[in-house]
Design a protein around this ligand. Structure first.
Ligand code: ZN
Length: 304
């Protein structure tokens, strides 16, 4: 047996060290903005952090605004350390400086995940509405942009008069895949059953959807629109990577939180978030993903 020279041994040790260091991925620095919402943000922001951090892929900081009606002037945010911004905010205007910095972050190709009622916010802020592509409520109507729905294999923009944003009774429903190649959805079932949740309909805005990933049928029997509604999509906005997910209405507690406990919702958040931050999705399709007929839950917000 040959003896290894000291030089060779050192080379091997250093190579191993280098390989281990490079392959251990750094968590994605994430800023989650919340503090005001007509929804239970006290539950949703904690749960979103758990979903993201339990995957080992994200490190989430909170920016919690003053409560509604309070002085917002001190709510000036620094986006520069972050690869991902998660919006769980629907409330008073941010200070101009925060708006400016947010647009600067987005215009430099930043990653933004728009979660559920975050698309209700800032109905009069033109750029924000372009970043969301579609929004609802807060006075939105035909002046906010067309109602965008899915019909005959494509998105239709309907500019006729009407409300912007509504939903029927909460119920389980099937999400219908409209894209098989986008990294966020590649390999996932085309149809999967979502846990009981709201189904946003009649959403309006500039309608600059880039890749429509999943739609769902809003049945009139549940007081819906009778249309196939785009619920999960990316947004066409410069170099930014924007992922908009309209599902996931928060429940009263993290334990009683059916829509967010859905495995499909959590996997969408995780895959969308990684894509926003890096442009890639390295996650495998999990074994517990829902099927067309079977809802799946991760009640503790962790992959089993
Ligand atoms: Zn809701």
């Amino acid at each position: 047996m040959k003896h290894l020279s000291v030089g060779k041994l050192l080379f091997i040790v250093l190579s191993l060290f280098f390989t281990c260091t490079v392959s251990a991925k750094k968590p994605i620095k994430t800023l989650l903005i919340t503090g005001q919402n007509n929804h239970n943000w006290q539950v949703s922001h904690v749960v979103l952090k758990q979903i993201l951090e339990n995957s080992g892929r994200f490190d989430v900081d909170f920016a919690i605004s003053p409560s509604q009606g309070k002085d917002m002037s001190g709510f000036v945010l620094d986006f520069t350390p972050y690869q991902l911004v998660v919006l769980d905010y629907n409330g008073d205007s941010w200070p101009e400086e925060t708006n400016r910095r947010f647009l600067d972050y987005v215009n430099k190709g930043g990653g933004v995940l728009i979660y559920h009622a975050a698309d209700n916010a800032f109905s009069k802020w033109v750029e924000f509405n372009k970043i969301c592509a579609l929004g609802g409520w807060e006075g939105r109507n035909e002046t906010s942009g067309p109602y965008v729905y899915w019909q005959d294999g494509k998105l239709v923009k309907d500019s006729s008069a009407g409300v912007g944003g509504s939903h029927g009774q909460q119920h389980e429903y099937v999400l219908n895949g409209r894209d098989k190649v986008h990294p966020i959805v590649k390999g996932l079932p085309v149809k999967w059953r979502h846990a009981q949740d709201e189904l946003y309909d009649r959403m309006r805005g500039p309608g600059n959807i880039k890749d429509c990933l999943y739609t769902a049928y809003s049945d009139k029997s549940t007081n819906g629109s009778g249309r196939e509604e785009p619920l999960i999509f990316t947004v066409d906005y410069g170099n930014a990577r924007i992922f908009h997910i309209m599902i996931g209405h928060a429940g009263p507690t993290p334990e009683d939180n059916t829509a967010m406990q859905c495995t499909g919702f959590q996997v969408m958040v995780l895959r969308g978030a990684e894509w926003c931050a890096t442009g890639k999705v390295t996650q495998k399709v999990p074994k517990d993903f829902p099927t067309e007929s079977q809802v799946s839950y991760r009640r503790d917000y962790k992959e089993k």
